[in-house]
Design a protein around this ligand. Structure first.
Ligand SMILES: CC(C)(COP(=O)(O)OP(=O)(O)OC[C@H]1O[C@@H](n2cnc3c(N)ncnc32)[C@H](O)[C@@H]1OP(=O)(O)O)[C@@H](O)C(=O)NCCC(=O)NCCS
Length: 381
């Protein structure tokens, strides 16, 4: 049930509260559009590459050919991570969720950044850090996953894109062009999304003049929850539980009757359709057909129809991303860490923006505890 309040100036969950001014992305709920610095996310995902999207988010414009070449060269040269990161991941229990591994990986890599000691308000240093974070994310998650599976990390191939690097490290082979393209476009779609919970957490962290990496670690911890990034994994587990299209209708009616939250549906900002879901649904359903797994698209159709007619609630991006990644053979536990590989670009852009015009983020709360009580000595309590 939604939280309610009788206080006039308080909105539970800060729903509808303006938390800041940003030039990074705009969500227009009424028209189901999402733009990154003026560019529609559908175009960025279908016509561009994740590298171009990341450049746009960090530097505020789409790169020209020579800027893109230079950016890709820097990303390639910054892609490897110190062995200390791998050693720390090896020290974790093998059963940890890869989000815990990603959070540990970024905590360990932070002090190795050559700009780590630069003041939090040094914008050039922050952008250099942002590029290193974007470059290293797919290696930390991809090789971190290998270590959790008891395998050795692989050396990243400098000619790979970020999408190819991730797929290569996770699967140990050369990704085919179609897989790399679908995966790459999903990274663009996931890269940024306004003042969502993890981005807000990142901005709160850097607003104390803490460092960019601490902002990323806050972001990862916040993204992990099933009401945020973790929904893509939960959505796939739900589809697997349903199993076959003929089970879907009864399953969803039963779940709704039992007041279950259907993972991958609903959104705080979009009361109609999530534009990222519109794009990813098309990509994911075509992919299911091509990979010989049409049943996931069929089950998705049924759930979407029932959710729309019964609840007026539509899928968010995590729903189609779930069966797209499943069709690509990616382990389910990696779906939220993939979100990290993409969202580090948005988090970093927001951290840079926050620090370029910083004011400590420190809201107030309404006190509902007891009034003033007299002190009682411990022997008398
Ligand atoms: C994303 C989400 C947290 C947004 O939540 P919110 O703005 O706080 O909205 P609420 O959770 O208060 O939901 C409002 C109403 O819609 C219903 N609702 C929202 N999402 C629902 C879902 N996925 N399944 C079933 N009912 C849902 C709620 O039960 C509530 O109904 P009620 O008022 O009768 O209790 C919520 O839609 C959700 O939990 N979705 C599933 C998790 C998910 O996919 N997260 C990824 C987001 S990108």
């Amino acid at each position: 049930m939604s939280a309610t309040t009788t206080y006039p100036n308080y909105s539970p969950g800060l729903e509808g509260v303006i938390g800041g001014i940003s030039t990074i992305s705009e969500i227009v709920s009424e028209t189901s559009t999402l733009v990154f610095r003026g560019y529609d996310v559908h175009e960025l995902a279908s016509k561009g590459t994740f590298e171009q999207t990341a450049y746009l988010l960090i530097f505020g414009k789409l790169p020209n050919q020579s800027e893109l070449s230079q950016f890709k060269e820097t990303l390639s040269s910054e892609r490897e991570v110190p062995n200390a990161v791998y050693d720390a991941i090896r020290a974790l229990p093998k059963s940890v969720h890869p989000m815990d591994m990603a959070r540990a990986g970024f905590a360990v890599v932070a002090p190795f950044d050559p700009d780590y000691a630069a003041p939090a308000t040094d914008m050039d240093a922050n952008r250099r850090k942002a590029v290193r974070i974007i470059a290293k994310a797919s290696t930390i998650v991809g090789n971190g996953q290998r270590i959790l599976e008891g395998k050795e990390p692989l050396k990243p191939n400098p000619s790979h894109s970020i999408a190819q690097n991730f797929l290569h490290l996770v699967n140990g082979d050369e990704p085919d062009t179609e897989t790399a393209h679908v995966f790459d476009s999903s990274l663009s779609v996931y890269a940024e999304h306004g003042f969502n919970a993890s981005t807000f957490a990142c901005r709160v962290t850097v607003s104390t003049l803490s460092d960019l990496y601490s902002g990323i670690v806050s972001g990862i911890g916040t993204l992990k929850g099933p009401l945020h990034g973790g929904a893509n994994e939960e959505a796939m587990r739900m589809l697997l539980e349903i199993g076959e299209p003929e089970n879907a209708e009864a399953w969803i009616h039963d779940a709704l009757a039992n007041k279950k939250k259907i993972m991958g549906f609903g959104h705080r900002e979009y009361k109609k359709r999530d534009p990222r879901a519109i794009y990813m649904t098309k990509v994911a359903k075509e992919l299911c057909e091509r990979k010989g797994m049409p049943k996931w698209a069929k089950i998705a159709d049924i759930l979407e129809n029932v959710m729309e007619t019964e609840k007026g609630i539509y899928p968010n991006v995590d729903f189609p991303a779930a069966y797209a990644y499943y069709s690509l053979g990616i382990p389910i536990d990696l779906y939220t860490p993939i979100f990290v590989v993409a969202r580090v670009a948005g988090w970093s852009a927001h951290a840079v923006e926050q620090l370029s015009n910083n004011r400590l983020i420190r809201p107030s709360c309404i006190y509902e505890g007891p009034g003033q009580l007299p002190w009682v000595d411990i022997e008398q309590r």
